[in-house]
Design a protein around this ligand. Structure first.
Ligand code: F2R
Ligand code: MG
Ligand code: MG
Length: 321
């Protein structure tokens, strides 16, 4: 296993990466592609780095996993709802607040989400954008990563594409957090692994296409092929592509994600989580990681998630003796 100090840097990198990408991308959400001058300004003078619902829900997931020492669907749903009631102005999508109202009326945590959008459930990117803590806690247990990503998605996003988006983002983070930086990184190997956990044609087609868009496809072709919208099957491939195109630089990965336009806070937040998990906190520009809202809280939660991950490991080892 990777030594603890390096893992701590990766866990902190992933959690801070969520918030930094979210906060940097937020002012551009819903706009067209962001030009070079806009990105340069953002890099030098990012302004107040306030996070949105992406990080707010990620915090909720971390809090619930830590309080319950693992996944508890009802507790996680109630934690999301409580946090929303405290700060409803974080820029939430339309679906989650409806779920929180249904929960308050007594609908169970695994039923409420399936009533949304005429009973099809949500395929928004909201389940994928908040999944980092689950990926970290279960990073050494691939089946648990898949099952907790799926069950946590179900709370608000019961459409198969919303669920698959969360599974893909979680599996990619779990894979990257344990990657040995001394070994050359092979994007094709990660993409093959991800194809194995995403059965729907929407994701599989994009994962296959992504290899051919690396390393230098023009921006317009990338947004046409991957998408840049609020749907999980657009934002998740876009974020993964932004990271894979810039694997060795946190700032390049996040700024590239924002340059795609569309759902910029969410695409940059997910690219930030991937890059932070791979490169660690030390790779995030100091200005960004110090200035982002709740930086010390995110670091503290990352450390507690690592403790929980190690606790789960030792329980598994004892169980297997
Ligand atoms: N909500 C926003 N941005 C808009 C306003 C932000 C502004 N700055 C402000 O503060 O006012 N961003 C956040 O929402 C996205 C995550 O959304 P989530 O949690 O997935 O929500 P939802 O409502 O479940 O899904 C999003 C939309 O996708 C479409 N959709 C989903 N499932 C559908 C279905 N089965 N059929 C048809 N459409 C479906 C709907 O338009 C949903 O509203 C992130 O960007 C986050 O940053
Ligand atoms: Mg947001
Ligand atoms: Mg967004």
């Amino acid at each position: 296993m990777m030594e603890e100090e390096r893992l701590r840097d990766r866990f902190r990198g992933a959690m801070l990466g969520v918030a930094v990408g979210d906060a940097l991308g937020a002012p551009f959400e819903g706009m067209g592609m962001v030009n070079h001058a806009g990105l340069e300004r953002l890099e030098a003078e990012p302004g107040p780095l306030r996070y949105t619902d992406d990080t707010h829900m990620t915090l909720g997931m971390a809090e619930s996993l830590l309080e319950r020492r693992g996944f508890d669907g009802e507790h996680m749903a109630m934690t999301f709802a409580r946090n929303y009631r405290q700060e409803p102005w974080r820029g939430y999508g339309a679906g989650p607040p409806q779920v929180f109202r249904l929960l308050a009326q007594g609908i169970t945590w695994d039923q409420a989400g399936s009533t949304l959008f005429g009973g099809t459930g949500s395929f928004g990117n909201g389940a994928a954008m908040r999944v980092t803590p689950a990926a970290l806690v279960y990073y050494r247990h691939p089946q648990s990563v898949v099952s907790v990503a799926a069950q946590s998605a179900l709370i608000t996003h019961s459409h198969e594409l919303g669920i698959e988006g969360a599974i893909l983002q979680a599996c990619a983070i779990a894979y990257l957090v344990q990657w040995d930086p001394g070994t050359p990184f092979n994007p094709a190997a990660l993409l093959r692994l991800l194809e194995g956990v995403a059965p729907s044609p929407e994701f599989r087609r994009k994962l296959k296409r992504m290899v051919t868009l690396l390393p230098r496809a023009p921006l317009g072709e990338v947004t046409k092929e991957m998408g840049n919208g609020i749907a999980a099957h657009e934002a998740v491939p876009a974020a993964l592509y932004a990271f894979l195109r810039n694997p060795n630089s946190f700032s390049k990965a996040v700024l590239y994600a924002i340059s795609l336009g569309g759902d910029t806070d969410t695409i940059a937040s997910m690219a930030g989580a991937l890059s932070g998990a791979y490169l660690g906190e030390s790779a995030i520009p100091l200005l960004w990681r110090e200035e982002v809202e709740s930086a010390s809280r995110l670091r503290e939660l990352a450390d507690q998630l690592l403790e929980l991950a190690l606790e789960i490991d030792s329980q598994e080892e004892e169980h297997n003796l």
